[in-house]
Ligand binder design. Structure first.
Ligand SMILES: *Cc1c(COP(=O)(O)O)cnc(C)c1O
Length: 395
């Protein structure tokens, strides 16, 4: 009780509490880290191989290719699927900047389609209206851990023969019709940024796919297109042998330095064992917020069958947003707006030529939305304290 009081008065309640999670698995994480340091093997060793196997098995995908971060996962997946200059990729303007940045890094052109105002995910009808002769792919983002409407997205993709790359960076472990997100499209991309549902102690990312061709290309691209992985990609691309015994200083295509390191892989092998339990706890917390707030003027998150969300972030909509955030802050509760600038209005993307008013649902949601603390270790008492503070601050 003393701990609880101290936390609420002096420390407050953060949006995410990474230390609480670390304390619960400290011995295992410390052993994993010191094991790697003692081994002296830091890049592309057994922990990376094991984590890729474990993650593929966990997801139910044939191949898992680890990379340095979620942004690179998107860039490398798109390149492995043959996306490049001249191609248009349809995605949502309501996401983290990296989704769009990855498209631009491939030399392709991002085209935005508006979201559904209640699931906050890309609207399949809006995607359809964006398709041109140059459209090659769709990147749905499972925003805040809530799976996008994949059935309708796949329908559009099939009709126009488009590739689907799932940005599942916020949604590890989320299900859609009993399948893990990331396994529904041609490739799925994940981030292990510390605050993500499955986070490492630094940067990390993963691509999953059932296509051997995509896996071979991605493996080559993540490590300078060199060595045995590069030679495999060469055989695939040119249909002939390299004519030499490849070592890592033989390069067969121009790629990246984008590997997950052994330390992060060892930590992730520990954490992967807990992810379902943690996600289950997040769902519990979300339903508790929903239930206690249902008679107040808040729009709570909508989980649309057959999607099962993992609540990376818990968001609400209200027209009293700014006042509520201020009064929560006064009570030591962290609250913030994800995302306060939609991508179509980001200065860096000004060259795309979009204007305010282009995406009404996105812009409306951004005016009303805010996020409150969400993590597996959040207690019912803390949730009650947050909920009471919100109700008190209503007009
Ligand atoms: C976190 C995130 C990314 C990028 O992942 P990094 O590991 O930070 O590079 C991409 N897309 C979405 C939706 C994300 O939330």
């Amino acid at each position: 009780m003393k701990w609880y009081k101290e936390r609420m008065t002096s420390m407050g309640i953060p949006l995410v509490d990474l230390n609480a999670q670390y304390q619960s698995i400290k011995e295992e994480v410390n052993a994993a880290v010191s094991g790697v340091i003692n081994s002296g093997k830091f890049i592309m060793g057994k922990h990376v191989r094991e984590f890729e196997e474990n993650f593929a098995q966990y997801s139910g995908s044939k191949f898992a290719i680890s990379v340095a971060n979620g942004t690179d996962a998107l860039v490398i997946a798109l390149k492995a699927l043959g996306i490049g200059p001249g191609d248009e990729i349809v995605t949502t303007p309501f996401t983290f900047f990296a989704t769009c940045e990855a498209i631009v890094q491939c030399g392709a052109k991002p085209v935005f389609a508006d979201i559904d105002a209640y699931t906050y995910n890309i609207d399949p009808d809006a995607i359809k209206k964006c398709v041109t002769g140059a459209t090659k792919a769709i990147i749905p983002v499972h925003i805040f851990g809530n799976p996008a409407n994949m059935d309708s997205i796949l329908e559009v993709a099939q009709e126009y023969r488009l590739i689907v790359v799932e940005d599942a960076c916020q949604a590890v472990g989320a299900n859609y019709k009993g399948k893990k997100v990331g396994t529904i499209g041609d490739a799925g991309c994940f981030s292990f940024f510390p605050s993500k549902n499955l986070g490492c102690c630094g940067d990390g990312g993963m691509i999953i796919t059932d296509s051997e061709k995509v896996a071979v290309m991605a493996r080559a691209l993540r490590s300078h297109g060199g060595g045995e992985d590069g030679a495999k990609a060469y055989r695939l691309l040119y249909g002939c042998e390299t004519g030499e015994i490849p070592d890592k200083y033989n390069n067969y295509l121009v790629g990246y330095n984008s590997r997950l390191d052994e330390m992060q892989a060892a930590i992730l092998n520990v954490k992967l064992r807990y992810i379902d339990r943690w996600n289950q706890l997040r769902r519990q917390k979300a339903y508790y917020y929903n239930a206690r707030l249902k008679d107040y003027p808040f729009i709570t998150p909508k989980e649309e069958e057959p999607a099962e969300a993992v609540y990376h972030i818990y968001t609400l909509r209200t027209n009293q947003r700014d006042k509520i955030i201020r009064s929560l802050k006064e009570k030591g509760i962290e609250a913030r707006v994800y995302y306060h600038i939609p991508l179509h209005l980001q200065k860096a993307l000004g060259f795309l030529g979009y204007r305010k008013g282009d995406f009404i649902n996105t812009e409306t949601v951004i005016e009303e939305m805010f996020s409150i603390p969400m993590y597996p270790e959040l207690t019912v008492k803390e949730q009650d304290y947050i909920i009471d503070a919100m109700i008190d601050s209503l007009e």
